[in-house]
Design a protein around this ligand. Structure first.
Ligand code: SF4
Ligand code: FES
Length: 365
């Protein structure tokens, strides 16, 4: 039985942004659905008991919860590394200091682009200034500043400028995450999918800047899988090394799996994490290679990419057990090719970006 080392604690779906590629489920949970502090503390203890060593506090925007310090302190008591994944909106100097005092180890700040216009275009927010302030607050609090930007057709041409911003703000690491197309991003795929020439230009920028920056800032390139011949080894394989606990306590093998509506996932309200990890039907469904259909079952790459992404297979075909359509051997590969044909036409056909909407209530818990 594999052992998880990472827990993604999605403490809330509440968020001040409206990103057009949001990776949270299409049906967002409300504040009244969220686990309370005691339940989260139990989840953290159970995760540590299972072997987890890293806890990523995420959302939505995790800062909307007032009990983050309590959760971080429990992680520290148990010797777990904690990372805050934040939009930066709502981060104050005193909050950062309180989190550091509780034991927070690092923070990952997301940006949407290099300027206020790009934040407004992609996230319907004008608060780029808040992000710059948050970067300063994170650094002043003594935390390593990791940054993240989702890349797509609307900002790939600005890659040089985006990297400049992160250098200027003092980031130690920048994750250049090409958008993945499930959940909300699938709705906006025609407008977000880059063309091949645009992507090639961006790869050249990435390689040049990686060389130039050396150890000053680490650049990490997350592949746009539609342009690859083989799928990504998503999550290192289903239920292999990480788990996600959603705001309401439902436990998933990956952050997107709530979209697989044909599967039933268990909750920490009904079972402990160890049972869910080892015994629940959902976690066992695609673990290992026995479940694989052909062409994966007879493919020499089956231990390399594990048949690709289950969420992407479901999003594109309605069947999570099919070969990821990104794979050139998949019988459904035409679904990916068709999307690329549209992306490489002069103009994408979709009319307008569809923004994520969610009401943010005040801090609680
Ligand atoms: Fe991977 Fe399956 Fe494609 Fe082989 S056939 S490369 S295992 S997705
Ligand atoms: Fe869920 Fe790939 S995102 S398995």
């Amino acid at each position: 039985m594999p052992q998880p080392y990472g827990l993604l604690a999605e403490v809330t779906h509440r968020c001040p942004l409206h990103c057009v590629y949001c990776s949270n489920p299409l049906a967002l949970l409300d504040r009244q659905d969220e686990l309370g502090t005691e339940d989260w503390l139990r989840v953290i203890r159970e995760a540590a008991g299972l072997g987890v060593v890293q806890v990523h506090l995420s959302g939505g925007e995790p800062l909307v919860r007032g009990d983050l310090e309590t959760l971080v302190a429990e992680c520290r008591r148990l010797g777990l590394y904690t990372n805050l994944i934040t939009s930066g909106l709502g981060l104050t100097k005193s909050r950062a200091e309180a989190l550091v005092a509780a034991g927070l180890n690092s923070a990952q700040l997301s940006i949407q682009g290099d300027a206020a216009e790009s934040t407004d275009l992609v996230a319907a927010s004008k608060r780029f200034d808040k992000k710059e302030a948050a970067a300063r607050i994170i650094r002043d609090a003594g935390l390593p500043l990791n940054m993240n930007v989702v890349l797509h057709r609307l900002n790939l041409d600005r890659l040089d400028a985006i990297i400049d911003v992160c250098v200027a703000w003092g980031a130690e690491r920048l994750e250049l995450a090409n958008s993945q197309y499930y959940g909300w991003a699938l709705r906006n795929r025609d407008l977000l999918m880059p063309g091949k020439a645009q992507l090639d230009d961006a790869v050249a920028v990435y390689e040049r800047r990686k060389q130039e920056l050396g150890e000053r800032m680490e650049l990490l390139w997350i592949l746009p899988d539609y342009y690859e011949p083989y799928p990504k080894p998503c999550m290192g394989g289903w239920a292999q090394n990480a788990l996600t606990v959603a705001p309401d306590g439902t436990v998933y093998p990956c952050p997107v799996a709530a979209e697989i509506t044909t599967m039933a996932f268990s909750s920490v309200r009904d079972h402990d994490l160890a049972w869910i990890w080892t015994k629940s039907e959902a976690f066992q469904a695609f673990r290992g290679t026995d479940w694989m259909p052909d062409p994966c079952q007879s493919c020499p790459r089956k231990e390399i990419d594990f048949g690709g992404c289950r969420c992407q297979a479901f999003a594109l075909t309605g069947d999570a057990a099919r070969t990821d359509p990104v794979c050139m051997h998949s019988p459904d590969h035409h679904l990916v090719q068709d999307a690329l044909v549209r992306a490489n036409q002069d103009k994408a056909e979709a009319a307008e970006l569809v923004y994520r909407r969610h009401t943010v209530t005040t801090r609680g818990h």
